[in-house]
Design a protein around this ligand. Structure first.
Ligand code: KG4
Ligand code: ZN
Length: 364
């Protein structure tokens, strides 16, 4: 019988628990979203997130265990895993304390998992609609609310940062643009749906860093361009609830043009990374990897470049505990359980400039 790991994820605004085997088979997968709690504020409020995690954590873990027992009668857990960073410290502590308490009560080992390793390995989960598991090494484009980076991944625990954003994350840019257009939080999914109805060439928004040879990104200028456009022309208006099937054309065009600018840079640089690394396998991960425009454009460019793309199903792109369980199982198999604390920023997230070949020039 394969190793089964129960994982908890509480780094941001999703409380999640899942049981997954070391081979990536998902035996249960529960996600409780706090979107409704944070929506009125246009972003995640850390204090509210911690409280909401505290309310949700026990029911969510119970449900994940219940679904596991229903699927595998008499099944046993071999280890626990929990996201211990990066993320909001107060939110992380809720998951970590719960995992450590359960480990003590059940006399099971508990492993701390880096949230980013979870996203980078999400394509390995054997979920409905998933492609085959990507072979190592692969290049990964990790695009979420907090991170936008390119990695070379040589093994489950072996990743090298080869490019990253110098300012805003891609998801942050989606969320800020949506806020400017009065579309609510989170912005990515709404802009994604609107963009499908609009003309991406209607507005000439900047595509920052597109023609630079390095693998860096920058999205704050794009956000400023949207802010300037709104200051000059106002926000397109609509009456009543926004009809997603037939949105105001001016609004759809703005969303489509904004999305095209982001997608073009992300897709081109991801393919460039595969070429410079001479690695013909590309994995997408993080909430923004759910974006339909990005998935389509990456697939199109990859085919031309002879690169194979691995797209996790949408539910594996956004935050979940299944990816943490899988990453935790790999870590446990490689090095067993070790003591751990929480951390807010990724220790491997070195800030710096990149050479043309993708290597880093560290900043002093
Ligand atoms: O990975 P994730 O769930 O949480 C973080 O670790 O940040 O990513 C959340 C981000 C949000 O900024 C959200 O707007 C964005 O992912 N997002 C999307 C889409 N779905 C979620 N962005 C663009 N298109 C989408 N379909
Ligand atoms: Zn995430």
């Amino acid at each position: 019988m394969s190793l089964s790991v129960l994982a908890i994820e509480s780094s941001c605004d999703e409380t999640a628990a899942a049981v997954v085997t070391a081979e990536g088979e998902v035996l249960s997968n529960v996600v409780a979203s706090q979107i409704a709690t944070h929506a009125p504020y246009g972003g995640v409020v850390p204090e509210l997130a911690s409280r909401a995690h505290l309310q949700a954590i026990v029911p969510v873990v119970r449900q994940a265990i219940g679904e596991f027992e229903a699927k595998v009668p008499g099944g046993r857990l071999d280890a626990l895993a929990v996201t211990n960073g990066p993320g909001l410290v107060g939110a992380l502590l809720v998951g970590v304390q719960t995992a450590k308490a359960l480990a003590m009560a059940w006399k099971l080992p508990v492993v701390g998992v880096n949230h980013l390793d979870g996203h980078l390995l999400a394509a390995h989960l054997r979920l409905k609609g998933a492609s085959e598991q990507p072979p190592f090494p692969f290049v990964a484009l990790l695009v979420s609310g907090g991170h936008t980076a390119l990695y070379r991944v040589d093994g489950p625990l072996d990743r090298t940062l080869i490019g990253q954003t110098r300012d805003d994350a891609a998801g942050e840019a989606f969320d800020k643009a949506a806020k400017l257009l009065a579309l609510g939080y989170p912005g990515g999914p709404v802009i994604d749906r609107l963009a499908a109805k609009g003309d991406g060439r209607a507005h000439d928004f900047p595509m920052p860093m597109l023609h630079r040879k390095d693998l860096d990104f920058s999205f704050s200028g794009l956000k400023t361009a949207v802010a300037r456009h709104v200051a000059k022309h106002g926000v397109p208006e609509w009456e009543g609830a926004l009809d997603m099937a037939a949105p105001p054309p001016a609004l759809a065009d703005l969303a489509a043009s904004f999305q095209r600018a982001i997608v073009e840079v992300l897709a081109k640089k991801a393919i460039r990374a595969c070429v410079t690394q001479e690695v013909p396998h590309l994995v997408l991960g993080g909430g923004v990897a759910a974006n339909r425009g990005l998935r389509a454009r990456v697939s199109e460019l990859a085919e031309k470049a002879g690169v194979k793309v691995y797209l996790p199903p949408l539910a594996a792109c956004t935050d979940n505990a299944a990816m943490i369980a899988y990453a935790g199982a790999q870590r446990f198999l490689a090095e067993g359980a070790q003591p751990f604390d929480v951390f807010s920023r990724d220790p491997g997230r070195i800030r710096g400039r990149f050479r043309q070949d993708g290597t880093l020039i560290p900043r002093r």
